[in-house]
Design a protein. Structure first.
Length: 633
């Protein structure tokens, strides 16, 4: 079995554990708030309300896990027997039995489902309800007794052994070294297996006795990933630099760590940043007795402080923000000292300018399907964060191309239940093997590397257009190709007069070049001075470099700063650097309303005609430029 298959199986196991826990996270948070507020060391100690804390963690939480685990396998009937079977191990043990629920819930559901399958078709009409109730009761009765007498002592011994191991690590201050394994496992999307399968059950057991636990923060400290993407925001290049601030906001406020993993995978050495940050955090928490009262899920700053007890606010704050700083510094140093890949810088613009090349890059195992596209599944590990965001972006890009299929986000573990009701799966490239496994190769699968790179979604849309076209020879239209001569129409003759054309210019920086475009558009009365800032803002958001030595500085389509539409043209024979790309032709644009699209179409048609770019680079007469671009016709 190869490494990818092993990784996929571990991810599948982690997803199974996650599916038992994630639906109940709200209850975990509610219990954490009760503990944070009302235990003797809480923010508002209350003896009466504190009496709720122990029964919930002892009985309710394990039973909910058992019910959810059973329901995942055999619906409501499986959930009922899963909860029933779990009570045996809960009562038979003196430790928190979340693990017991994870075992007894699935076992009960599997046995009941097996029994129902055996007797199906052999029950006399009218006796179905009687058999259903007695079968569940008898099987559940046996599992409760077995759980109480045999399973509970075994699980108790295992959890006591693991807890002793953790206590030894904490006593000898070596718990921080778990970061050497935990963070690399995270970027392989094994985070749920680690957190929900190991740390949360042990942490709840520890919190039940001590009121808090450091184990909730071994895997779930989002600050280390926040530090990584902040470093990419400052020291990164190209698409990584432009998209990292958005990932930082999502990580800090939303706690979705999956959006940060692709940045680390882009430069694997940067994993040292989160590792160093988590070592710092766990060291501080160990030395000064920090921790949280419950799981920090999702790993946002809000969840972190909601689960922080009163006596740990200071140490937790130092651990959180200190970890962020350490991760930022280490990652930043690596980015500054290492050669960063630049081939991803213009993935979005390359797609916009050469979508036909993208279409030709369809994977060999994906063929023309010759059927209408009705539903796409966008899958991630938990189905709640990155896939929801990805589904939204993909849906928007599809609509731009005139396609409007249903795009649903879900956990990758749920794919198998939906393969008969979908046409395509999209997932992260690290989850591709699991997607094949869960779908049993019944659906084609496309992958993205970076959840925040809109250019990758454009690539996927181009491929989808080929796969599901009514005619396989039909080319997928680009945004500009959709605007033929008729749709583009004519524009006013004063849009690009000779005074808007500059030949044989020279600039030292991209900033000087964009400023020159802004000067021409503002001086010509096409835009107010505020438009200059909008042109720079657009380039900061998405580079205005379009490929083939051409840049297209422009601002917002519906900007109030645009008085009427206009174009300027600047020829730079020696070239000027635009984010690592040499630009020789600069076309500045101020498009008012629908004319913005019309002008883009005109420019694109002119620049994509064979030989025109070379002619523009060597032109010595302004009328030549006007004739070649053909803007005023």
């Amino acid at each position: 079995m190869d490494l990818k298959a092993i990784q996929a199986r571990v991810q599948k196991f982690g997803a199974t554990l996650s599916d038992m826990v994630m639906p109940n996270i709200g209850v975990f948070i509610g219990w954490g708030l009760l503990a944070a507020l009302f235990i003797p060391t809480g923010w508002m100690p209350n003896k009466l309300l504190n009496s709720l804390v122990s029964p919930i963690i002892t009985y309710l939480l394990p039973t909910l896990i058992g019910y959810t685990a059973g329901a995942n396998i055999y619906g409501r009937r499986g959930g009922v027997i899963g909860a029933f079977a779990t009570l045996g191990v809960v009562v038979g043990s003196n430790v928190t039995m979340l693990v017991g629920g994870m075992i007894m819930g699935p076992v009960g559901a599997l046995l009941l489902r097996k029994f129902d399958q055996k007797v199906k078709g052999h029950i006399k009409p009218g006796l179905e309800m009687l058999i259903d109730n007695f079968s569940l009761g008898i099987i559940g009765f046996l599992l409760v007794v077995i759980g109480f007498l045999a399973v509970a002592p075994i699980i108790t011994s295992i959890q006591n052994f693991l807890s002793a191991g953790v206590n030894i690590m904490m006593k000898h201050d070596i718990l921080p070294l778990t970061s050497l394994l935990v963070q690399p496992a995270q970027i392989l999307f094994l985070n749920n297996a680690i957190n929900h399968g190991i740390m949360v059950p042990l942490g709840l057991q520890q919190a039940a006795g001590a009121g808090k636990s450091i184990l909730f923060l071994v895997e779930a400290n989002g600050a280390i990933w926040l530090g990584l993407v902040l470093a990419f925001s400052v020291f990164g290049k190209g698409v990584a630099k432009r998209t990292a601030p958005g990932a930082a906001v999502i990580m800090f406020l939303g706690g979705i760590a999956e959006v940060c993993f692709p940045y680390c995978l882009m430069m694997p050495l940067t994993i040292l940043g989160p590792m160093a940050g988590n070592i710092f955090s766990l060291t501080v928490l160990s030395l000064f007795h920090g921790g949280t009262v419950g799981p920090v899920s999702p790993g946002s700053v809000f969840a972190f402080y909601m689960m922080t007890p009163k006596d740990s606010v200071l140490v937790n704050t130092v651990a959180y923000f200190g970890a962020c700083i350490v991760s930022f510094v280490v990652t930043g140093a690596i980015l500054k000292l290492s050669h960063q890949p630049v081939d991803v810088t213009d993935s979005q613009n390359a797609t916009e300018m050469a979508s036909n090349d993208v279409v030709e890059a369809i994977p060999a195992d994906i063929k023309y399907l010759g059927k209408p596209l009705q539903r796409i599944i966008f899958a991630c590990d938990a189905g709640m964060g990155s896939s929801a965001m990805g589904a939204s972006i993909l849906s928007a890009e599809l609509q731009k191309k005139g396609m409007d299929p249903q795009v649903d986000h879900m956990a990758i573990a749920k794919i198998g239940e939906e393969v008969d009701h979908a046409d395509l799966i999209v997932t992260n490239n690290n989850l591709e093997e699991r997607a094949h496994m869960m779908s049993k190769d019944q659906l084609p699968i496309l992958t993205v590397k970076n959840f925040m790179d809109r250019g990758e979604y454009k690539d996927i849309v181009a491929i989808i257009g080929k796969m599901f076209a009514q005619d396989p020879s039909t080319e997928m239209p680009t945004d500009n190709d959709e605007l033929d001569d008729q749709s583009v129409g004519t524009v006013d003759a004063d849009i690009m007069p000779e005074k808007n054309i500059v030949l044989d210019a020279s600039f030292r920086t991209k900033k000087e070049a964009i400023n020159a475009c802004a000067d021409l558009l503002i001086a010509g009365g096409y835009a107010s001075p505020e438009y200059r800032k909008e042109m720079f803002a657009r380039d900061e958001d998405v580079s205005v470099y379009m490929g083939n030595g051409v840049a297209l500085p422009h601002g917002l389509t519906m900007s109030d700063s645009i008085k009427h539409s206009g174009i300027c043209f600047i020829q730079v024979p020696q070239g000027v650097d635009f984010d690592g790309n040499k630009v020789y032709l600069i076309v500045g644009l101020a498009g008012k309303g629908e004319e913005h699209i019309q002008l883009l179409g005109k420019i694109a048609q002119s620049l994509t005609e064979e030989g025109n770019i070379d002619k523009l680079r060597t032109a010595t007469d302004k009328q030549q430029i006007i004739d070649i671009l053909d803007i005023n016709h």
